[in-house]
Design a protein around this ligand. Structure first.
Ligand SMILES: NC(=O)c1ccc[n+]([C@@H]2O[C@H](COP(=O)([O-])OP(=O)(O)OC[C@H]3O[C@@H](n4cnc5c(N)ncnc54)[C@H](O)[C@@H]3O)[C@@H](O)[C@H]2O)c1
Length: 352
């Protein structure tokens, strides 16, 4: 049975000002369907479609059918189909017409980025090319590529919010750069398909995105902090935590993707963050330890000599502007503390 907190989230999307009519009777293809954002996007859309009789069909691209059946056990029906495809290596052949595409598939684990950088680049570049070819051949109405705020690289900007036209430095000698540089190349590919083949594609530069719906083995920093709270153990930071994070709640990101599919301007990139959810990693650790755990746990610094092998992104100082996507009618709603409270509510029921 689906978690109560997720059902509340899906109801929030259903009752939002999302233009569902634009998707009436349409087919949406989603890659990375078993991942955090892909799975929540699919569940949200199926939930809303079934509640409103929108007759939306979801075609999902996965690699592992057993995993997919487990994640979507409550959702499997005629309006939802799986295609098995390793996007880095296999071509993507889809029978049905496709109206919209949401391309989320990527390597997102820092450790894997530094251990398998070539695989990371392959899924980024080959995978995105594969999906863009499909978008071109199916003449889709809209496609959103999930990029990342990491495309900005290192910045040291404190006097204004970062707009989509600015870019910082990426150190190409660092193996971890396969991720942000891959994202840059994929945005460039999207733009190129928009120009050369008139593919209606936009890039969504997501801030760190989290909320209920994470998998049991999720190990990104937000999950580690929430697990420390659940286990009543201190939060251990392996850096000074000075990098400034920009955060957005999962359902806010899903509403943003739905807006961009319909209203995004071809070939453009949009920041998707919550301007109010901005702090350093260390401040966020203290928020969890002090505000959420009521000082029952502490933040401890244990900084190894060789942090490079751990795959952390280089420190950056920047605060994402939401102005461009706000102008399409989207506004972030959920504050960082509530993101944690909802995530913890989910973990209480499903993970521990
Ligand atoms: N969650 C975040 O904080 C965040 C922030 C910025 C950007 N993004 C971007 O959003 C997208 C989704 O992120 P997420 O958090 O859901 O990630 P995730 O790791 O939970 O999901 C990624 C999905 O991609 C799939 N995948 C990986 N390699 C593949 C391949 N070769 N063929 C087919 N599928 C493959 C995985 O199986 C997984 O289902 C990613 O592109 C990520 O870079 C996420």
């Amino acid at each position: 049975m689906e978690s109560k907190v997720l059902l509340k989230d899906f109801d929030g999307i259903l009752n939002s000002d999302t233009d569902f009519d634009a998707f009436f009777g349409k087919t949406i293809l989603v890659t990375g369907a078993t991942g955090l954002i892909g799975s929540l996007f699919i569940k949200s859309v199926l939930y809303c479609s079934r509640a409103r009789n929108l007759n939306i069909k979801i075609v999902s691209v996965i690699r592992n059918i057993e995993k997919a059946k487990e994640i979507f056990s409550d959702y499997i029906a005629d309006d939802f189909k799986f295609y098995i495809c390793d996007l880095a290596n296999d071509s993507l052949d889809i029978e049905e017409n496709v109206d919209y595409i949401v391309h989320t598939a990527a390597v997102t684990t820092s450790k894997d980025m530094v251990s398998y950088p070539v695989d990371n680049i392959k899924i980024s570049v080959n995978g995105t090319m594969n999906v863009l070819e499909l978008a071109k051949n199916k003449n889709v109405k809209g496609m959103v590529y999930l990029s990342s705020m990491e495309v900005y690289g290192q910045m040291n900007i404190e006097d204004h919010l970062i707009k989509e036209t600015e870019l910082g430095y990426i150190d190409l000698s660092s193996v971890r750069s396969c991720y942000p540089e891959g994202k840059r190349m994929c945005e460039c590919l999207c733009n190129s398909y928009a120009k050369q083949y008139d593919v209606n594609v936009v890039s969504a530069r997501l801030a760190q995105t989290f909320g209920p719906g994470i998998s049991k083995d999720e190990n990104r920093v937000f999950a580690q902090f929430a697990k420390s709270f659940m286990d009543n153990t201190d939060i251990v930071l392996h850096t000074k935590g000075l990098s400034e994070g920009n955060y957005v709640y999962t359902t806010d990101a899903i509403r943003a993707i739905l807006v961009l599919l319909v209203k995004g301007e071809k070939g453009q990139a949009y920041n998707v963050g919550n301007e109010d959810n901005h702090m350093t990693i260390s401040q966020m650790a203290h928020l969890v330890a002090e505000d959420i755990a009521d000082n029952k746990i502490k933040v401890i610094y244990d900084i190894p000599n060789d942090t490079a092998s751990m795959g952390y992104a280089a420190d950056t100082k920047m605060h994402l502007s939401s102005e461009k996507i706000n102008s399409l009618g989207w506004k972030a709603q959920v504050k960082l503390k509530d993101m944690y409270l909802r995530l913890i509510e989910f973990m209480r029921d499903f993970i521990v």
